[in-house]
Design a protein around this ligand. Sequence first.
Ligand code: FAD
Ligand code: FES
Length: 290
Amino acid sequence: MDRPHRGTICCIDARVIEQQAWPGNQFILRLHAPDCARTATPGTFVHVRCNPDIPMRRPLSIMRVSASEGWIEVLYKVLGSGLAALSRVEPGDLVNLLGPIGRGFRPDPARPQAVLIGGGVGIPPLVFLAGTLAPKPAAVAFLGSESPFPFAQETAQLPLPGIPAAASACMPQLEKMGIASRLASNAGLPGCYSGYVSDLARAWLQSCSDAERAVMTIYACGPTPMLRAVQQLAASFSLPTQLCMEEFMACAVGGCAGCVVPVMIEGKRQMKRVCVDGPVFDGAALYPSL
Ligand SMILES: Cc1cc2nc3c(=O)[nH]c(=O)nc-3n(C[C@H](O)[C@H](O)[C@H](O)COP(=O)(O)OP(=O)(O)OC[C@H]3O[C@@H](n4cnc5c(N)ncnc54)[C@H](O)[C@@H]3O)c2cc1C
Ligand code: FES
């Protein structure tokens, strides 16, 4: 039996290094977790005990790591009691976590041009992926959010053809890596394309040649409707996708089958656990009818 996680998931009390609050009830938490920082890959996540009195852990994607300094960073948006409790931890506190968990993105060397599409709290694993593509990135990024973005957006300097002029803002951290990015929102955020992030990506893809598209792979993470829209977009251009899912989870280590999704493998429908078989899946296998 294939047990890729045997012996690789740590369970530790990670010390809080820093917690930053951003508008829209969003937080960036940096934790001292050297083993996790060393073995995490983009798309993997940690399962966090938010408070000793709240038994259910919450899964959070790893956004950035420093293996040399021994920390990991997560970005989260508070929806309910668990992450509300996590938002109250302070530097020096201990947070128990399991991780890194899951099979992350697997870049295809035959299709090195990466198109990153992230929605809301699906942005973190793409920031991690972007960091691993640098310093010679062949990547562009499209990010969507209905809450204010949890970073200080700036006017984009790197050109991206086909993009409406109103979409003038970028994520500065990606620009510094040489990755052109643009932002989308339906909430009227300044500098953003007014609409869905998949439509913003479509505008750019339409301006690319067949030869340029022949070496592209789309990597996406976000809510299910966004992932479906991205898969539809990719299918219309015959592009492969790797989609990172954010399903409901209980154990997150493969034991409860609480997170299974149907996936089409070699013409057969199989049930796969998002936590350990994913969270990243081939989009065509996940949504074969799109
Ligand atoms: C692999 C993975 C990675 C994730 N990465 C991130 C991340 O990086 N940042 C982030 O903010 N969130 C992420 N999520 C989602 C996050 O785990 C949930 O939003 C979180 O559990 C909410 O916790 P809470 O205590 O704020 O709210 P809860 O009290 O748990 O729930 C509040 C409301 O949200 C709903 N809800 C809970 N979980 C989900 C879910 N997974 N999908 C849809 N609705 C849900 C509940 O039904 C309820 O209505 C990820 C989920 C998975 C599975
Ligand atoms: S959450 Fe238990 S098997 Fe995935």
